[in-house]
Design a binder for this molecule. Structure first.
Ligand SMILES: [Zn+2]
Length: 262
């Protein structure tokens, strides 16, 4: 099967004065993650780096305009769809409990038949469409070898923990440790604007919470913590942004589903 070419590979969208959303529309919705670029006075911040199917760095540098300004990559967690292009960035932050995975990522394939059947079944059970033949329905350029896809090691150059501050000079956000979806899941909280970058701890689509390394008990505690924040807007690790009412509705639904409402 020959897949069509999608060039450019990435979609970019200016969603706030200092925030860009970068997506990979030709990746299957299960693996099509959001990347957020926050530009600041002294430094810029990229949250997550997608699947690593096409070069990401040139896209990010074009958006931020000043390729010489320091750029921090924060990996919200180390699932394949969030760390693929991490090796293209010099400053790489992750939570300590996932540093090992970022240094030596588990191998991954773009051939859907290579995805373990229980994992594929779990995605569908959660509410996603069944996987396509490949995890993409296009390639970024002619001659792209789907079989040669690999996640390159990108050891963290630093780690961040709950309560740490990411400081871009004129924009500061607090690191939140939000375990559940993964043990070292991170979010970012910009209290001044009520903006939450939720990673995969919360996004407006079927949450994945019962796979390897996941904990419903931790997830319930995380969601309760997020419900207490004065959130105006959530930029999640997948799917479009949403507001406080939707956040509360989702959290209440999941806590009820898990029997953790109390
Ligand atoms: Zn994930």
């Amino acid at each position: 099967m020959t897949l069509p070419i999608a060039d450019p590979w990435y979609d970019t969208c200016h969603i706030a004065p200092n925030i860009w959303l970068i997506t990979e529309p030709r990746v299957h919705p299960i693996f099509s993650a959001n990347m957020h670029l926050v530009t600041g006075r002294d430094a810029d911040l990229l949250i997550d780096s997608g699947m690593g199917i096409a070069p990401l760095r040139p896209v990010v540098d074009k958006l931020r305009g000043d390729a010489k300004k320091p750029l921090i990559l924060l990996s919200s967690h180390t699932h394949v769809d969030h760390i693929g292009a991490a090796h293209e960035f010099e400053t790489r932050l992750v939570h300590p409990v996932e540093a090992e995975e970022q240094a030596a990522p588990s191998p991954y394939s773009l051939v859907s038949a290579d995805i373990p059947a229980p994992l594929a079944a779990m995605f569908v059970e959660a509410g996603y469409a069944p996987l396509w033949e490949y995890l993409v329905d296009a390639v970024p350029y002619g001659g792209y070898d789907l079989a040669a896809y690999e996640i390159k090691p990108a050891p963290a150059t630093g780690t961040v923990e709950d309560g740490d501050i990411i400081d871009l000079g004129d924009w500061q956000a607090e690191v939140l440790h939000l375990p559940g979806h993964s043990p070292g899941q991170l979010g970012l909280w910009h209290g001044e604007s009520g903006t939450l970058f939720g990673g995969d701890a919360v996004y407006d689509g079927p949450l994945i919470y019962d796979g390897a390394g996941m904990s419903i008990d931790d997830y319930a505690a995380t969601l309760k913590r997020l419900r207490a924040l004065s959130v105006e807007v959530v930029h999640g690790g997948h799917d479009p942004a949403f507001g406080r009412a939707r956040l509360h509705e989702m959290i209440d639904d999941y806590l009820a589903l898990w029997g953790k409402s109390g």
